[in-house]
Design a protein around this ligand. Structure first.
Ligand code: 13P
Length: 252
């Protein structure tokens, strides 16, 4: 059975003190929630991973990284390897976020290498993808998403899918306040699940969690999460506030 997941992507927010306060707050506020088959993830910046990990011990919160490099080590100034993440206890990593693609030039080809590396290192990958506004306006959103998955992800073997979580994030809905309607999210998630069945197997399609991301907030989370193929959310802005993030977790 696939898990329900609420993941907070903190992006380039929170200094050391703010990270500690936020982790402590989330840890406390979800302590008594019945989180059966539901995972709660937070993704601080690299510098704050270690302190976050220290503070989630014996709690239901998991700490994930926002990115990693595809090589083992070497002359890659400013980069962080899978081994470095693992050595401090990180078990999952976000790969392919739209900001990495658009602001830092990460191509499908580079993302495919990162995915391979993370899988081989035993890390779980939260793979992000999604269309631009013009793709949707021109009715190309299904083609764009299919392409991103084929180029970045579909090279992996069926048995590696237990290490993959998908996050559909339409770029036009990220940080804009504009959310895909629950119907638009469901339509795309069902399309993706169907692709997994065609390319791999029913078991891969049934067991892979597909998250929605893009302006999820307490006021719209429940309706989006109620859709059959939406298994949770990747939350940006609203994950920086304990109450909002907790309310979104409650919605699932
Ligand atoms: P917002 O929730 O702020 O729109 O961000 C979504 C996102 O990019 C999560 O990765």
């Amino acid at each position: 059975m696939r898990s329900k997941i609420v993941a907070g992507n903190w992006k380039m927010n929170n200094n050391s003190k703010e990270t500690k306060t936020l982790v402590k707050g989330i840890r406390k506020s979800i302590k008594k929630l019945p989180l059966e088959n539901t995972r709660v993830l937070v993704a601080p910046t690299f510098v704050n991973l270690m302190s976050a990990i220290k503070r989630i011990k014996k709690s239901k919160v998991e700490v994930v990284a926002q990115n990693m490099h595809q090589e083992n080590n070497g002359a890659f100034t400013g980069e962080v390897s899978a081994d470095m993440l693992k050595s401090i206890g990180v078990k999952s990593v976000i790969i392919g976020h739209s900001e990495r693609r658009s602001l830092f030039g990460e191509t499908d080809e580079v993302l495919a290498l990162k995915v391979t590396k993370a899988i081989n290192e035993g890390l779980e990958v939260i793979f992000c993808f999604g269309e631009q506004l013009e793709d949707r306006k021109s009715n190309n959103h299904f083609t764009v998403v299919k392409n991103q998955l084929e180029k970045g992800l579909f090279h992996i073997e069926a048995n590696a899918w237990s290490q993959i979580v998908l996050a559909y994030e339409p770029v036009w809905a990220i940080g804009t306040g504009e959310t895909a309607s629950p119907e638009q999210a469901q339509e795309m998630h069902a399309f993706i699940r169907n692709l997994l069945q065609e390319k791999y197997h029913t078991s891969v399609a049934d067991n892979t969690s597909i998250l929605y991301g893009g302006s999820v907030k307490p006021s719209n989370a429940e309706e989006i999460f109620s859709k059959q193929d939406v298994d949770g959310g990747l939350i940006g802005g609203a994950s920086l506030n304990v109450k909002d993030f907790t309310d979104i977790i409650k919605a699932i």
